[in-house]
Design a protein around this ligand. Structure first.
Ligand SMILES: *Cc1c(COP(=O)(O)O)cnc(C)c1O
Length: 370
């Protein structure tokens, strides 16, 4: 193969990130400190209308602590999608509450409000939708349902830094939101997460849970975790924050070029974007016939040097870990998506020739199967 392999994802770490880490290491103070505090403020201003924001050691910790801080616990039901990374349902289960799985709507791969409505019981206390692939969930419909039934809304914004819905940024659409800073996400701190809270009371409870239940040293108020972010990680994240808007613009440009190239190829459905949504393309996800997907994926890699991903092949309500929460649950759109989706490279390191190669490869392997 003449050309270089195009990976499905590629974190960008530059000289500025290395210098920032070095600066913290030289300071001799590497645990949570001034870098984390600055990162929290800057992140909140950048993404979440300045809401109170708490940095933690992973996105999963962020969901878990956010739920606990909001009072979710045993006996509660929280409605989540099944078509997501398992961390969404895991975080609910870890509180002692039950994740209740609802179906997605096929255009955006996000929670279907009609399915959410059907899943509401007297024990439901909240809805936690996911801005999957960087497309915002249908926030108005979900907010209306929540208001009608007195439910809270928590956002899993792990994949959606900078996305918005009708002019409102994701992260400011619910009672709290979690952003992941894992290396393959739209920006990274190495590992890490941000919890954006609607009010200072909630943020204070997340802060307590993050640090052994202490606000003042050795005066532990509640039973808590060590879920702190280090200043080393925050220093990386602060540099990335200055670069993420350009990366998002590149993802959106790449997605538009993929749309233009792939539209019209028989058997390929390009991703749809709802009116009013700003999609940040954490993933660029097409649908192909279920019976063809494995062959297409293999041929892209072996014959054309193009990586791809399947997010996610097994719906969460059928995972050995979470199936006990979903006896008899059937989610047809989730099953169909799990069988048909294929995510193509869209990351900001790609140039026009890469996009042309990806388009040509998909065209060639689709024809080969027709
Ligand atoms: C990545 C991800 C998480 C978890 O974040 P981590 O930082 O990896 O713990 C949760 N939900 C979704 C949808 C994710 O993509």
């Amino acid at each position: 193969m003449a050309s270089e392999f195009i990976p499905a994802a590629k974190p960008i770490i530059g000289e500025a990130e290395r210098e920032a880490v070095d600066r913290v290491l030289r300071s001799g103070m590497i645990a949570q400190g001034p870098e984390v505090a600055a990162f929290e403020r800057e992140f909140a201003d950048h993404f979440a209308e300045g809401r109170p924001t708490v940095a933690v050691n992973s996105g999963t910790s962020g969901l878990h602590l956010g739920l606990l801080a909001a009072g979710v616990g045993p006996g509660d039901e929280v409605i989540v999608p099944s078509f997501t990374f398992a961390a969404t349902g895991n975080a609910v289960a870890l509180t002692g509450a039950s994740p209740v799985f609802a179906d997605i709507e096929p255009d955006t791969f996000t929670l279907d409000p009609a399915s959410v409505r059907a899943a509401i019981t007297p024990r439901t206390t909240a809805i936690m939708p996911v801005h999957l692939y960087g497309h915002p969930f249908l926030a108005d419909e979900i907010a209306a349902l929540a208001a009608e039934h007195g439910l809270a809304v928590y956002e899993d914004a792990a994949q959606a830094h900078g996305a918005s819905w009708r002019g409102r940024p994701v992260g400011a659409l619910g009672d709290f939101a979690m952003f992941s800073l894992y290396p393959t996400k739209n920006m990274t701190s190495g590992e890490g997460g941000m919890v954006v809270c609607a009010d200072e009371d909630l943020a204070r409870r997340v802060r307590l849970l993050r640090n052994q239940g202490m606000e003042r040293q050795y005066e532990n108020e509640v039973v808590g975790f060590n879920a702190r972010m280090t200043d080393i990680h925050a220093a990386i994240g602060r540099v990335q924050l200055g670069r993420v808007d350009a990366w998002t613009a590149a993802r959106r440009r790449n997605a538009a070029a993929l749309d233009a190239g792939l539209r019209g190829i028989a058997g390929v459905a390009v991703p749809r974007v709802r009116e009013g949504a700003v999609h940040v393309y954490h993933q660029y996800t097409i649908r192909v016939p279920a019976s063809e997907r494995d062959r297409i994926r293999g041929a892209l890699k072996e014959e054309h040097g193009v990586g791809s991903g399947v997010y996610y092949p097994i719906p969460n309500h059928r995972l050995p870990s979470l199936a006990r929460f979903a006896p008899g649950v059937e989610l047809p759109e989730t099953e169909r998506a799990a069988a048909e989706v294929l995510s193509l490279p869209v990351h900001p390191s790609l140039g026009e020739p890469d996009i042309e190669r990806i388009v040509a490869a998909v065209a060639a392997v689709s024809r080969a199967g027709a």
